[in-house]
Design a protein around this ligand. Sequence first.
Ligand SMILES: Cc1ncc(COP(=O)(O)O)c(C=O)c1O
Length: 415
Amino acid sequence: MTTPAATDLFAKARGHERLDQLAAAREHDLLPYFRLLEGEAGPVVAMEGRERIMLGSNNYLGLTRDPRVKRAAADALEHYGTALTGSRLLNGTVPLHSELEREIAEWMGTDDALVFTTGYQANVGCLSTLLEPGDTVICDSGDHASILDGVAMSRARVRPFRHNRLDKLETMLERASGDGGGVLCVVDGVFSMEGDVCDVARVAELCRAQGARLMVDEAHGVGVLGERGAGACEAFGVEDEVDLRMGTFSKSIASCGGFIAGPADVIDFLRVQARAFLFTAAAVPAAIGAALEALRICRSDEGGELRARLLDNARYLHRGLSELGFDVVEPTPGPDGEPLLTPIVPVVVGDDWQAVLLWKALYDAGVYTNVALYPAVPRGGALLRTSVMATHEPEHLDRALAVFEQAREDSGSGS
Ligand SMILES: Cc1ncc(COP(=O)(O)O)c(C=O)c1O
């Protein structure tokens, strides 16, 4: 006879604090998540039976609908089939991977680059492999979950610092220098929820002063910031001072996948040691074909035009929402002291339910936004994360602003 376990493993699922909220939200059709997209991810989308202006995507350059990108995906599908059914190491590497890695390294100005199946795996694979017990890693508290997960897997000592508080980072770097192991600082170039930009130039200076290595997650920076669209490190002019740069294809690059770019020896080490790279299947060929073509567009003159249009749209939406009295997160100053815009234009609401109610009013009136609640943002810091695309026309943004204005009037408050 078997002895029952003292605790039912499923008890935590049944007693979870969010279950009541989830049930109430479902009952009143207020759940802002898992809404069904019924067509292409354009500036206006078909969603649950009607057209809605899409202010909730990471398709910043709008390339997921570009005929050249779609053709490249279709060609890769036709040439290599639906899937590679194996890891990059054994039977999942095709010439498209090599071309993509070479072009990413050229774009980032690094020796080499390694393509992972997702951006999440790029962070987890890199951090859990490079760091080990005895090392110290210093993270911004706003770093993406994939960074925190990779760090946790490594069992290195973690010294976190409060979001964007570089004075605290300096203290942590000083402390870490006495820890006795290797030291790595990891920051997001652009923080995904608030859209604020890290002063990577100052971070690089602080790391250099203490002999620490620096890794920057450019998931929301690539395609968006810098003359070449190479991200925050380019915008701040410190590409050569950053040891490792991570990026994803799941935003501006119109596909799915991720990369780590850096020195040849470190990239080779990851190529043969990173478990999140070795023990998972390579991305489907269509994803790699699409990423390669989108990357080429992003690096061309046309990419520069798309970036300019994208940031004009961000400026327009930011100004419009501020004028309506919404509490919009201000852009961070760039290297020249001028605001450094990103496509992310977040509206701070504060209370979780107020944020959900505002989301629903906008949704019902034909505007889709993302709701960020704790733990994606600090407690009491609920926000609607709106984001623009290069392919939004002024008319789309004007329509969205009119809907925001109506929602504000109906609720009788500024946010
Ligand atoms: C800052 C940041 N890093 C990493 C990731 C993970 O990338 P992916 O979604 O491509 O796996 C994301 C995506 O949400 C992100 O926002």
